[in-house]
Write a protein that binds this ligand. Structure first.
Ligand SMILES: CC(C)(COP(=O)(O)OP(=O)(O)OC[C@H]1O[C@@H](n2cnc3c(N)ncnc32)[C@H](O)[C@@H]1OP(=O)(O)O)[C@@H](O)C(=O)NCCC(=O)NCCS
Length: 181
């Protein structure tokens, strides 16, 4: 039986993180501000550093989803500045071969649960306007558009829509952290 597990990445996981991050950028270039070309130039030290508890502090949550130990999904929660009472979600990606089976929902649910422990009022993200599956996923959790459209990146014709979830709103409950898959 296949087991889905969601866990926090640490510095010893940098090769796993690098692998899944680069895969996500190759698979879904229109979903992210950074490009595969930019990230593939990142040094090994930088990949390790992104995951070091000291560097990433307690206010980030880098999550990987694994099926039988193989990375199939990624998502980061970040609290940039407690003053703004808003946690952010970045790098959300699920491998095409396991999409539509609840992995994205589980990643999102874990970051929302983590955000609730941070004493913030909102969870925020930005999604490319033409990315229907992601927009639907966020809407199903109660995220709503906020603010004006922004360019995905320089010289891109695509736009991202900032979205926010107010944390007192009802959150869809799916499955626990570990489940059979
Ligand atoms: C967006 C993404 C993360 C969703 O992951 P997933 O594991 O397939 O999502 P789930 O199976 O948990 O789906 C949850 C909900 O999202 C919506 N959804 C997901 N895929 C969808 C699709 N192809 N069409 C319409 N709605 C979809 C639905 O509301 C779904 O709920 P339902 O199953 O009850 O209908 C995944 O499609 C992905 O990685 N896309 C490429 C990268 C990307 O766009 N990342 C987002 C950056 S902002």
């Amino acid at each position: 039986m296949n087991e889905l597990n969601i866990r926090v990445l640490n510095k010893d996981d940098w090769l796993t993180y690098r692998g899944v991050r680069l895969m996500s950028l190759q698979d879904s270039p229109d979903s992210f501000g950074r490009t595969y070309e930019e990230e593939s130039l990142v040094s090994n030290d930088e990949w390790v550093s992104r995951l070091k508890p000291d560097d990433r502090a307690k206010d980030t949550l880098p999550l990987v989803a694994e099926v039988n130990g193989v990375a199939v999904g990624l998502a980061w929660g970040v609290l940039h500045n407690p003053r703004y009472k808003t946690a952010h979600i970045y790098q959300m990606w699920v491998s095409p071969n396991v999409r539509g089976q609840g992995v994205g929902s589980l990643l999102l649910e874990n970051i929302i649960a983590w955000s609730k422990g941070l004493d913030v009022d909102y969870v925020s993200l930005a999604v490319t306007t033409i990315n229907d599956p992601a927009v639907k996923l966020y809407e199903s959790f109660g995220f709503e558009p906020c603010g004006s459209l922004e360019s995905l990146r320089e010289e891109s014709a695509l736009f991202v829509q900032p979205m926010k979830l107010k944390l007192c709103s009802t959150v869809k409950i799916t499955e626990p952290l570990k489940q059979n898959f």
